[in-house]
Design a protein around this ligand. Structure first.
Ligand code: PLP
Length: 450
């Protein structure tokens, strides 16, 4: 019926859209950062006030208003805001084929859940990094999928690991068809912090072509790519001089290498604007996007219209594309400072005889390998008991870090290292420093070091 709604003089008694007359909202006012003045303090003191009215559209004040945004929408999200998202995707990734599209999601957690419904059948295997985002692993398992962890190094998933698994696949022995879906977080991977170089991405894509795989690219940390750690927290990173310099400093996404239409990229505003927005988007070929939006129509529907209106006002009307890129540059600089504080603290306080790490080049996570064979109880206690003892000792010292085993893609597989994950996303700088000092004390206690 929807297509007849816009006919001239149509009176609709057909659909169940409530009248906006009964929406108890007339105007919405937001105070947001003025371009170039992004800090919390500056925004509080001299932020810009933007307003959305109920009838801005019919009064020619805006392309989007409360009357429209607060009613039911399409599974794709509102066209007004989707246009910004598509333009942004084109600016940043410019997918190298014609019929790509984007559609909004209610965040990447949900986008992954929908993708599992679309691509997997009960008993299928899903391939992912051997340490993977635990909520995705759980979501796939709940859908009846089995998970295969692909070995990793400091750049993430190993193409050779993926290739050898698939080249030697034996359907009868495995009791499942050859896997064809790979889920990966190429940038600032959760939990390992690993970032794939361009060559690594190309090699993964080549394996995907060889075995005809479909790739689910989950990239909430894409814009938090940082310069190398310079050895001191006092070296304040200079932001890239221009938008072009910023964009070309980013490792190209798998989507931007996707000449076949075999990548569904999941983007999210959660880590760069606000998780509470519950707005993200996927980009893929038309066939996949159409299927996705039909799933959305029947489950999540569109992201909240209230959230879409807020994001539209901020990103499209207030900042524009250039302003949003400025904000993303700002976020990158802020996270670089945080990363630097954490690495400096690790260098200062962790016993190097048992802890090793590579400073992360993106994202929010620092991944530390512990030489557990040097633990006094090694040989007497199991791996899990030693890991738990370290975890509990750190809690006793009041520093909470995550166990590597929380992130096993396949808990039954053999794992050759013991890891802990620390995030520099949340705590203030001095608390990051203090927490790592406490973690160092806990390690010294557990390993009976001086
Ligand atoms: N994907 C990864 C790899 C994450 O680390 C997270 C958050 O921790 C998410 C997705 C969640 O994204 P969203 O808030 O868009 O659901």
């Amino acid at each position: 019926m929807a297509k007849y709604l816009s006919l001239n003089d149509m009176i609709s008694l057909g659909g169940g859209l409530p009248s906006s007359e009964y929406f108890p909202f007339d105007e919405m006012t937001l105070k947001v950062p003025t371009l170039g003045h992004f800090s919390e303090k500056e925004t509080h003191e001299e932020g810009t006030v933007i307003t959305a009215g109920k009838f801005d559209l019919e009064q020619d004040k805006s392309l989007f208003d409360i009357k429209t945004a607060f009613n039911y929408g399409q599974g794709t999200g509102a066209a007004q805001f989707l246009r910004f998202i598509v333009e942004h995707t084109e600016i940043v990734h410019n997918p190298p084929y014609q019929n790509w599209q984007s559609t909004m999601t209610i965040g990447s957690t949900s986008a992954f859940d929908v993708a599992c419904r679309m691509f997997l059948e009960k008993g299928d295997y899903l391939m992912t990094e051997e340490y993977s985002f635990s909520s995705s692993v759980e979501a796939a398992k709940q859908m009846g999928a089995r998970i295969l962890g692909i070995p990793m190094d400091a750049e993430g998933m190993l193409p050779s690991g993926l290739d050898s698994l698939l080249s030697s696949w034996n359907e009868a022995e495995r009791g499942a068809r050859k896997p064809f879906v790979v889920y990966t977080v190429p940038t600032g991977q959760n939990p390992s912090g690993a970032t794939m170089s361009l060559q690594r991405r190309k090699d993964i894509y080549a394996v995907a072509q060889k075995h005809d795989l479909y790739i689910l690219e989950d990239e909430p940390y894409y814009f938090l790519q940082m310069p190398d750690y310079a050895g001191s927290p006092d070296v304040i990173p200079q932001p890239p001089a221009s938008h072009d310099a910023f964009l070309s400093s980013l490792v190209p996404s798998l989507l931007s290498l996707d000449v076949d239409g075999r990548v569904m990229r999941m983007d999210s505003f959660s880590k760069v604007i606000s998780p509470g927005s519950r707005i993200g988007w996927i980009t893929a070929s038309t066939q996949i996007v159409e299927k996705y939006s039909k799933h959305a129509d029947l489950s999540t529907q569109s992201p909240s219209g209230m959230a879409q209106l807020i994001m539209f006002k901020l990103l499209d009307e207030h900042w524009g594309h250039a302003g949003y890129l400025d904000w993303l540059k700002h976020m990158r600089t802020e996270y670089t400072k945080r990363r630097n504080v954490m690495i400096a603290a690790c260098d200062a306080y962790l016993p190097s005889s048992i802890v090793s790490y590579v400073p992360p080049q993106a994202g929010m996570f620092h991944w530390m390998r512990i030489d557990y064979e040097k633990h006094p109880a090694y040989g007497k206690k199991s791996f899990a008991e030693i890991e738990d003892a370290i975890f509990m000792c750190s809690i006793k010292h009041r520093a909470l870090v995550a166990k590597g085993s929380f992130f096993y893609a396949d808990a039954g597989a053999v794992h050759d290292g013991m890891f802990f994950r620390a995030t520099y996303a949340a705590a203030p700088f001095d608390k990051i420093n203090e927490a790592i000092r406490r973690f160092g004390e806990a390690l010294r206690e557990e390993f009976a070091l001086a």
